[in-house]
Design a protein around this ligand. Sequence first.
Ligand SMILES: [Zn+2]
Length: 300
Amino acid sequence: MGARFAVIVFGVTAFLANGQDASVGLNSLTPVEFSQLSQSDPNPLGENALAIRPDQWKHAETEHFIYHFVHDFVATPVSTEAEFHYRVVVKELQRDPLTTDIKSHIYIFERPEEWQQFQQFGHLEQWTGGIHSAGSLFIQRNPAYRFADNSLGHEIVHLVLHRFYTDAIPCWLDEGLAQFISKDSQASYQRARGHLSKPHSESIAPGDLIPIRTLTMLTYPPSDRVHTFYNESERLVRFLETTDKPSFLKLLDALARHQPFETALGQFYPANFATVAGLDEKFRDYASKDFGSSLQQVSN
Ligand SMILES: [Zn+2]
């Protein structure tokens, strides 16, 4: 009995002496020295971020991401979620993950005033409140608040897309894919943790639809129609993808090589939508399906 008691006391002492928080589990990130990170971030915004209260930053990495953060217990759930979404995106895009071993950098701010200070360097994505730039992601996480929506997943999709298409893809496709994949991925992530969750795709009021020709030419979400732009882009990706997935992946590759939308559409969807006008007509019903009803769930 005496020996057993001694072991327990020793265990508790070691735990506290280690300075670990009780909420840190077995899979918590292990901080490493900045100089020990396996890759650097060529993005100048990364340097700007780490220059804000430089002594506060800790660093760690997982298989596909490198994290810069203040508290382990804030960064650890971000890392679990990031790797989860990474696997979903790679599977969804049917890409060989071995084509690149570049890790994306994720900077996690905690204090609102420092996050505000940082915002002068980059452009805030209105949809998620994060900043992604040249394959790096900058976000704010309030330690007291646990994120349950798909905004981190949305940004992870952008990061993974950037790994495979470094030369950028059209805005509607980037945002549409980020919404489409992250909604499904977030629902799976929640279900894997015992929560009831179904992906929720927003339908669009028929009168609000942006014509596809206009939508596909936009280089930036229009400030007066942000909501419609994201939802419609998501529905268009969902529509094209569920109509014919192999064609969708070919379309994605062609658009990433800056081919005109109409040419690529006619090439890969000749039987379904030979022209943008034809697509527009068929997409209308799908985009507004169940609008105004309580049955807006679209799941595949
Ligand atoms: Zn986005």
